[in-house]
Design a protein around this ligand. Structure first.
Ligand code: HEM
Length: 156
């Protein structure tokens, strides 16, 4: 396949402009049901790993707002991830401090796709899923750059 020079890249992970557009469009339809989306997300996350509950100190409503606010910024910028690289690295550093481990990113992705699937219902096609997976890979890889071996306890 020809190399698309407009493809958004960060840390070697890339998504096409079409995928960035899909993420923006579909996120717009999730936003009006943001609170339900957040409930689905955290319900799934804590079902996958109940231990993660201990890391969250804010009340669930506040957590849900944090999540939807960040995803709005992310969705608006996935086409140009270099605009939010610095913010994502700081976010990554704060996550090390919250006690998040690199392995938790897989459960977080699962919960995100689960909540999107339930919020978008029949709009959640394989193409939409692939676009969100690419966006998540882009965001999380930048955050994970800050999870250096010296920043995380051994064995994590
Ligand atoms: C792309 C991935 C992620 C994004 C965009 C994201 C976004 C955020 C945002 C915006 C906050 C608000 C506080 C702040 O800005 O520092 C936050 C807090 C937090 N996140 Fe994440 N996060 C991600 C991945 C994860 C993962 C994998 C975990 C592990 C389960 C996690 C656990 C937490 C915790 C424990 C807090 C603190 C909440 C509290 O103090 O109640 N996040 N996250």
């Amino acid at each position: 396949m020809a190399c698309d020079l407009r493809t958004a890249k960060s840390g070697g992970i890339s998504m096409t402009p079409e995928q960035a557009h899909i993420v923006q469009l579909t996120w717009r339809s999730v936003l009006p049901v943001g609170d339900t989306f957040a409930e689905l997300f955290y319900g799934r996350l804590f079902a996958l790993d109940p231990e993660l509950k201990k890391l969250f100190k804010d009340d669930p409503v506040e957590q849900g707002r944090n999540l939807t606010a960040m995803l709005s910024v992310a969705a608006a910028n996935v086409g140009k991830p270099e605009r939010i690289t610095v913010a994502l690295r700081s976010l990554g550093k704060r996550h090390v401090a919250y006690g998040v481990k690199p392995k938790d990113f897989a459960n977080f992705e699962d919960a995100l796709l689960f909540a999107l699937e339930h919020a978008l219902i029949d709009v959640f096609t394989p193409e939409v899923k692939a676009a969100w997976r690419a966006a998540y890979a882009l965001l999380s890889s930048t955050m994970l750059e800050t999870f250096t071996p010296s920043a995380t306890p051994a064995g994590s």
